[in-house]
Design a protein around this ligand. Structure first.
Ligand SMILES: [Zn+2]
Length: 239
């Protein structure tokens, strides 16, 4: 399940069935860092099994790209020290009090706190919703944070994104790699996925200034910088 993409970075494909996103793993000489935590304990266990099969140790660090359930609810399954943006951790703190019966979930869709898209996939991922366990990360960051894994650095950066207000991306400069989470995505509105034009424009401008060769996307296959920018500019032009 873990594909090697660059010298230090592995990733898994996304699984649309229960909306499991692509997960990344950076292997340094001293430590390993997991990029996003998975959407459940079951997902985390599957990721661990895959790491063991590849001979990779469990990560010392886990970093979260944003608070959405599919990227964070697996955090309870990992032992390492976890990092998230301050905004992400504030949202996760609120989500800890959420109830998971149908009525509570539907109420959150009505008041805009959650989406029908999440509701459908959470029900599929968790046949028993009493197993949902939400946990904020151990350490909150603002701006940028560099983590030295031994021979390779990972830079965690807060960014302005059309997808959510709490997005953080992970850059691995030695490998020319950028892990985007969902920061490149639009948002679900009813049955459509919609971009905010102003935010997408800002995001494209920021991406153009970033030095990277290949990007790992939360719910799509990796792309080169040129492919990613061409796709986003076409989306922008169509708005
Ligand atoms: Zn998301």
């Amino acid at each position: 399940m873990w594909n090697k993409l660059t010298n230090h970075v592995f990733y898994t494909n996304n699984d649309p069935e229960t909306d499991r996103p692509c997960i990344g793993y950076v292997q340094g000489e001293k430590a390993g860092l997991l990029m996003d935590a998975g959407n459940s304990l079951a997902h985390a266990e599957l990721l661990k099994k895959g790491l063991a099969e590849k001979g990779l140790p469990e990560p010392n660090y886990i970093a979260l790209t944003h608070a959405h359930w599919d990227h964070t609810y697996g955090l309870c399954g990992w032992k390492g020290v976890s990092f998230a943006g301050k905004k992400t951790n504030a949202i996760l703190g609120k989500m800890q009090a959420w109830q998971w019966d149908d009525a509570s979930m539907k109420k959150r869709i009505e008041n805009g706190e959650d989406s029908e898209f999440c509701f459908i996939h959470i029900r599929k991922e968790y046949p028993d919703r009493s197993l949902i366990s939400v946990k904020p990360a151990d350490i909150s960051l603002q701006g940028e944070l560099e983590i030295d894994l031994g021979g390779v650095m990972v830079v965690l950066k807060e960014v302005t994104s059309p997808h959510a207000a709490d997005c953080v991306v992970f850059s691995v400069p030695e490998d020319g790699l950028l892990f985007l989470g969902d920061s490149y995505c639009s948002v679900p509105v009813g049955d459509d996925w919609v971009y905010d034009k102003d935010l997408l424009g800002k995001y494209i401008d920021w991406l153009e200034g970033e030095d990277f060769v290949v990007a790992i996307k939360g719910h799509h296959p990796p792309q080169t910088k040129a492919e990613l920018l061409a796709e986003l500019k076409a989306d922008y032009a169509a708005l």
